[in-house]
Design a protein. Sequence first.
Length: 102
Amino acid sequence: MQPVSTIHYLVLSAALLLIGTVGVLTRRNIVIILMSIELILNAVNINLIAFSHALHQVTGQVFAIFVITDAVAEAAVGLGILIALFRNRETLQADEIDLLKW
């Protein structure tokens, strides 16, 4: 049995990045778009930690912690905006929200 190497983590990260990108570009529901952004950020974290482990440095892991805190803040702010939009427009479809129109 082959041990798990950095290539395996990169393939997993590429798959998560692809799924997240497709979700952001094709979905209309804002909740799914935010979940897809979270997948993209998790793909970045996997890359950071895999290369940090491969290079025997801690900087990638520390930076991954900052990315996680940024993702949590983005989710909290995004959820607050979603609640406000749903109360005003009663929809979560991205193409039906036109707040800048007169």
